[in-house]
Design a protein around this ligand. Structure first.
Ligand code: NAD
Length: 493
């Protein structure tokens, strides 16, 4: 099979970038998936200019209804190209095909449909001013597109996260320059083809491939023609991008890392909790920003939960993405595996006891070059240990006992991050009470990962800045101009 070369997509066409290329390998077996042309400063500049030209052309005159219809056409084309997107995503990430089918590609189409509905229903901020002297004025805020928006995303849910930003940005009339992760360039390339097929005007969607520092990511975030940056990725990268945006005070939206806690109370339904914990710890091999890495368990059921998790982990089946019995894929790359393995070592050095996992699994010869790692559970780690404070971003969790509700809340909130928490209890009042005291962007009670696309999504502290979802996304991608009209005759005071 010939290995494809993935190109940058600028102003409605794929362009040649004869400079540097990099190889994307399949984390399942180490084979080459694609050669990728890296966008240099010139290509990034061309993308920014194409975006600007689109904004200055007919795109800005397109009505909201027509933009909503365009978003629905994109969603329809995603459905039509579902299997191509699926193959691209699975080849890049190695995740089980069933997971990519159920979550990644399905959510990509849903993202466009959701924002088509939301943009059509958006209303204006309006207020009637009534002064003590009898004067009246009508205020209403018109929302204009932010402009050329840089969209930079990670590798864990590549198409889902990318479309979660592109859909509202286009819905609001912006032009986007998308930079997928160097580890997952393929589905974004299919999406560029879809943009042409759906009739998206040239320059509204641009795609540049490349790495971060001293490469495409940096060229994009430091480009003065970019009007705003929306980024999902590591907290330290967010901090670098914030500095890049500072000189021209451009708006940024950040969805960053997490070190998410689960709080398991003794009154919880043990079987349901175990199922929920397994999903929240091991989905996508633990490579979801919302995954649980800290599990606080009330002492009376600590041993039952620990034993139940171990039993279930032993039943996980690591394997190839298209094997229907596979539950768990590899990590994204051998480089990422080095990081995760370093935490395995550190956990033991810091007094942790590995209940299950903790190493590299034996895989069949055809998969032996993949980035496999064993799903792992620790006990005995101190709440303040490095492993319990830093994001591992792998299939791991540390279990820690607690006695009282107050103690559980204190431990869960004692972190530099603030993305998500899940509370497992059969006590309704406790569920509400504890959820309300979590310093996180999203707190679940007796579930995990469930979302309404209209609700706010994001994190506190090192986990991010701003919120996405519903009106929160529409606000980030627009700039309001308030218009104040006097309604009374005479001098305007
Ligand atoms: P990363 O920060 O290394 O890379 C993310 C993207 O930023 C990539 O496209 C990369 O090329 C680019 N990049 C890297 N350095 C850059 C720079 N200096 N300038 C501009 N761009 C740069 O993150 P990752 O390893 O790809 O993803 C994993 C991280 O993402 C984890 O921390 C995870 O928690 C986080 N994440 C957060 C959310 C959320 O919604 N909060 C969702 C998914 C992933």
């Amino acid at each position: 099979m010939t290995i494809p070369t993935l190109r940058n997509y600028i102003g409605g066409s794929f362009v040649d970038a004869p400079g540097r290329t990099f190889e994307k390998t399949n984390p399942v077996n180490g084979t080459i998936v694609a050669h990728v042309e890296e966008a240099d400063r010139e290509i990034v500049d061309a993308a920014v200019k194409a975006g600007r030209a689109a904004l200055e052309g007919t795109w800005s005159q397109m009505s909201v209804n027509d933009r909503a219809a365009l978003l629905r056409r994109i969603a329809d084309r995603i459905d039509a190209r579902f299997e191509d997107l699926l193959a691209a995503e699975v080849a890049d990430t190695g995740k089980p095909e069933s997971l990519a089918r159920e979550v990644d590609i399905t959510r990509a189409a849903a993202n466009f449909r959701a924002f088509a509905d939301m943009i059509a229903a958006q209303n204006l901020d309006s207020y009637l001013t009534e002064l003590p002297n009898g004067r009246q004025a009508l205020n209403y805020a018109l929302r204009k597109p932010l402009g050329v928006v840089a969209v930079i995303v990670p590798w864990n849910l590549p198409l889902l996260l990318l479309t979660w930003k592109v859909a509202p940005a286009i819905a609001c009339g912006n032009a986007v320059i998308v930079k997928p992760s160097e580890d997952t360039p393929s589905s974004a390339t299919v999406l560029a083809e879809i943009m042409t097929e759906a009739g998206v005007p040239d320059g509204v969607f641009n795609l540049v491939h490349g790495l971060g520092p001293d490469s495409t990511g940096e060229f994009l975030t430091t480009h003065r023609g970019v009007d705003g940056i929306t980024f999902t990725g590591e907290s330290s990268t967010g901090s670098t991008i914030m500095r890049a945006a500072a000189p021209t005070v451009r708006p940024v939206s950040f969805e960053l890392g997490g070190k998410n806690a689960a709080l398991v109370f003794a009154d919880a339904n043990v079987e349901k909790t175990l199922d929920g914990l397994m999903r929240s710890i091991f989905t996508n091999t633990g490579q979801v920003c919302l995954c649980t890495e800290r599990v606080y368990i009330q002492r009376p059921i600590f041993d039952r939960i620990a034993a139940g998790l171990v039993e279930r982990v032993k039943k996980l089946k690591l394997g190839a993405p298209y094997d229907p019995t596979t539950t768990t894929g590899p990590l994204i790359s051998l480089k990422h595996r080095e990081k995760v393995l370093a935490y395995f070592k550190r956990a033991e050095e810091q007094g942790g006891k590995t209940l299950v996992g903790g190493g590299i699994p034996d895989m069949p010869p055809e998969l032996s070059n993949g980035a496999w790692v064993e799903p792992t559970i620790w006990t005995g780690l101190d709440h303040d240990s490095q492993v319990m404070r830093e994001e591992v971003f792998g299939p791991v969790a540390g279990l820690i006992p607690f006695d009282t509700e107050e103690e559980a809340i204190r431990l869960a909130n004692d972190t530099d991050y603030g993305l998500a928490a899940s509370i497992w209890t059969n006590d309704l009042e406790r569920g509400h009470r504890v959820a309300g005291r979590m310093n996180v962007g999203i707190a679940w009670v007796n579930t995990w990962f469930l979302r309404d696309l209209r609700s706010p999504f994001g994190g506190m502290g090192l986990s991010g800045l701003g919120r996405e979802g519903g009106a929160h996304s529409l606000h980030f991608y627009t700039e309001p101009t308030n218009i104040c009209i006097s309604l009374t005759e005479g001098e305007s005071k």
